[in-house]
Ligand binder design. Structure first.
Ligand code: 13P
Length: 229
């Protein structure tokens, strides 16, 4: 299973150092799952052994005159070669299809692991257009890229405390599985109550967790809940 934590714009350098140390300690005796953490880029921690640190955002450049951005050279310094692309919160902040495609192509060219986020809003869902919409969000990327992980994160469920309905998740994951052999994650209010049922859904290879992973103890407990160790 894949457990990924997106810490968004939370944590300081000091608090994330503790987070990383505690998570590493917990994962030392628990190596059968793949664990990713996407902290703010200012918090990258140099010494992680048992999980993969990734970038929530980057600019598709090695380095250059791109004020305010982080490129490959800065990511290399921390050994980062996993990235999130397409998160709805970044799309809302202005990441358009061109930029998302440029990020994907750059990340692929440099053999990064890509967690590519897609998801519809409630209006789209109610109009019965979910699959068309998701298909469109995937049309500019290489669905055969071997280091691609697709995260289905319906916007209407992110940060609400209520996940999408399991039958809806199942239907979408089945659809995504028909398009790509990529590993599939679900994200959107994953918590102690629903994680087991979500991970039991067919074609679900893991979860992408926001609020439920902000405290390292909670993230560890979500990982261990399934594995009982
Ligand atoms: P929540 O778990 O807080 O709903 O956030 C999900 C998310 O956006 C992960 O990328």
């Amino acid at each position: 299973m894949i457990y990924a934590a997106n810490l968004k714009c939370h944590h300081s350098r000091a608090s994330f150092a503790l987070y990383a140390q505690k998570l590493d300690e917990a994962l030392k005796i628990h190596t059968k799952d793949e664990v990713f953490v996407f902290p703010p880029s200012s918090c990258f921690y140099a010494n992680v052994k048992y999980f993969t640190q990734g970038a929530q955002n980057f600019y598709p450049c090695v380095q250059g005159a791109f004020t305010g951005e982080i490129g490959k050279e800065q990511l290399d310094e921390f050994g980062i070669n996993s990235v999130l692309i397409g998160h709805s919160e970044r799309r809302a902040l202005g990441d358009n299809e061109n930029l998302i495609k440029a990020k994907f192509d750059f990340a692929k060219e440099h053999a990064y692991t890509i967690v590519f986020c897609i998801g519809e809003d409630l209006v789209c869902k109610k109009a019965g257009k979910t699959k068309d919409f998701l298909h469109k969000q995937l049309e500019n990327i290489d669905l055969n890229y071997e280091k691609l992980i697709i995260a289905y994160e319906p916007i209407y469920s992110i940060g609400t405390g209520v996940s999408a309905e399991f039958k809806d998740i199942e239907e979408v994951l089945l659809f995504l599985n028909s398009l790509s052999k990529a590993k599939l994650l679900y994200g959107g209010s994953v918590n102690e109550e629903n994680i087991k049922a979500i991970l039991d859904i067919k074609h679900c290879d893991g979860v992408l967790i926001g609020s439920g992973a902000l405290k390292v103890e909670n993230f560890i407990s979500l990982i261990k809940r399934i594995n009982k160790c």
